[in-house]
Ligand binder design. Structure first.
Ligand code: AMP
Ligand code: ZN
Length: 116
């Protein structure tokens, strides 16, 4: 399923460019256009899921695949040992600006907590 006005669906379909690090039939990982850390990837399902609120038993396998892939990606960038952060922003209060579920993978520097 795709949403024709969705920028991440367009990246998933190759209609707009992105610096892609990994993709398969279900998911794609690419660099955030405004990186907040030395490593800042976005990992998304290719199918349009608007937010974490839309995860269900029909589509949760994409989330499993995303979380299987993240440690492989972070290992390839050499940040596993020192650590990294995986973030999902959901909805207005969560700070979500692109309404296609995505997981930020941030690494390469010490990240403060709590978030603002
Ligand atoms: P969020 O605020 O959690 O919805 O995050 C959306 C993220 O998408 C932001 O970090 C943006 O910098 C990033 N972003 C928006 N458009 C693009 C794009 N065309 N390519 C890569 N990253 C993008
Ligand atoms: Zn989409």
């Amino acid at each position: 399923m795709t949403n024709e006005n969705c920028i991440f669906c367009k990246i998933a379909k190759g209609e707009i460019p992105a610096k892609i690090e990994y993709q398969d039939e279900d998911i794609i990982a690419f660099h955030d256009i405004t990186p907040q850390a030395p490593l800042h990837l976005l990992v998304i399902p290719k199918t349009h899921i608007a937010s974490a609120n839309e995860i269900n038993s029909e589509n949760s396998r994409f989330l499993s695949k995303i979380f299987e892939t993240i440690p492989k990606l972070t290992k390839s960038f050499g940040v596993n040992e020192k650590g990294y952060r995986v973030v999902n922003n959901c909805g207005d209060h969560g700070g979500q600006t692109v309404h296609h579920i995505h997981f930020h993978v941030l690494g390469g520097r010490h990240l403060a907590w709590p978030p603002g």
